[in-house]
Design a protein around this ligand. Structure first.
Ligand SMILES: [Mn+2]
Length: 358
């Protein structure tokens, strides 16, 4: 075969490829229209009956040289990307999505900005136990130039016989201790009907991992204008996490911080597995700031510092850890809270890592 003959044949292939390209996109446009019709009828997008009919037609009409199986595989691929096209469409419509709003959302916690490019910390005891305890921690938090304090007043514990928190009395303690040092308060609320009352005490409502899909709670906090720290469920996919945030934003509240706190895997060396790459994924898919909780993800005091370094390096906007005057006697999470000395060395080691990679 001469060079020119080869060129002619290649030219023909190129022509067919161009036609295929046009046809595939033409098909995709129709698929999109079908998706819109189905959306109004709320029918399922995936239609195995139509797929089977096409496969049968391929089998009947195929004259080769491709085998029927090979052609069916090609069409299977076309179906697959078409389905994803519809899904993508759906995701780009989400209010939390980066496609909907390209610029970063900055969460303003009464003057403290999360997501504006400066990496921050939130520290505090696992649970509010007494005024004296929180006051001591607040003093240390302030000393390190941190503006946010955390503390659990409503504790969703695995066992009903474990310490359940001091409730509203705990919130009041936290508020008063925080005010003594001009700190902003983050605390978890578990019950939708408690949200309104909690607004008087907290600057950020935390929705805990176990409540990530408590849809009534999500809607309730969505109706407020308080910033929300939404923790990822312990067995939630990133997609489910994003949809949970959408529940909040769909009610009008866009002040949401997403918080990666580890997911359940087969690994037992840590309490959960810190899904560190969820941070850049969430920042890419959504316009919301992302926090990393290094306490509950690792469950190990010796891993707090390396996990916090990783979180800052990968682009987290906020790092959460726990501090207690005497962790050994803490009513919860005694294995991973830092005492003041450990907190000092933690901050000394982590401060040089702030905003190094961005
Ligand atoms: Mn804790």
């Amino acid at each position: 075969m001469s060079e020119s003959q080869l060129d002619v044949l290649r030219g023909k292939i190129d022509k067919i490829d161009e036609e295929l390209l046009i046809l595939l996109n033409k098909r995709a446009k129709i698929v999109e229209s079908i998706g819109k019709v189905k959306e109004t009828q709320s029918t399922k997008r995936y239609d195995p009956v139509r797929e089977r009919q096409l496969f049968d037609r391929i089998a009947q009409n195929n004259e080769g040289p491709f085998s029927t199986t090979a052609l069916q595989q090609i069409f299977k691929q076309i179906f697959q990307v078409s389905l994803e096209l519809q899904k993508d469409d759906n995701r780009s419509a989400l209010l939390v999505s980066r496609k909907k709003k390209p610029e970063d959302t900055i969460v303003n916690i009464n003057g403290i900005k999360v997501g504006d490019g400066k990496q921050q910390f939130v520290m505090g005891p696992c649970a509010v136990e007494s005024y004296d305890q929180v006051y001591q921690v607040a003093e240390q938090v302030k000393k390190h130039g941190i503006g946010l304090i955390r503390g659990g007043a409503f504790k969703p514990r695995t066992s009903p016989y474990d310490f359940q928190g001091l409730g509203f009395e705990g919130l009041e303690i936290l508020r008063n201790a925080a005010d003594a040092f001009d700190l902003k308060v983050i605390s978890e609320i578990m019950t939708p009907s408690d949200v309104e009352k909690a607004l008087d005490y907290v600057d950020v409502i935390q929705v805990g991992a176990r409540n990530m899909q408590n849809f009534d709670l999500l809607k309730e906090v969505g109706k407020t204008n308080k910033p929300v720290l939404l923790k990822r469920g312990l067995a939630a996919t990133i997609e489910e996490f994003i949809y949970a945030a959408e529940y909040i934003m769909s009610k009008g509240n866009d002040q949401i911080i997403l918080c990666e706190r580890g997911i359940r895997t087969y690994e037992k060396a840590t309490r959960n597995t810190l899904d560190i790459t969820s941070v850049p994924i969430l920042k890419k898919e959504t316009h919301l700031p992302v926090a990393v909780d290094v306490v509950h993800s690792t469950g190990r005091r010796d891993l707090l510092l390396p996990a916090a370094k990783a979180a800052l390096a990968i682009g987290a906007d906020l790092v959460m850890a726990e501090v207690h005057p005497d962790p050994a006697v803490a009513l919860s999470d005694s294995a991973q809270q830092m005492n003041f000395e450990q907190f000092d060395s933690f901050m000394k080691a982590i401060n040089p890592c702030v905003n190094v990679f961005n």
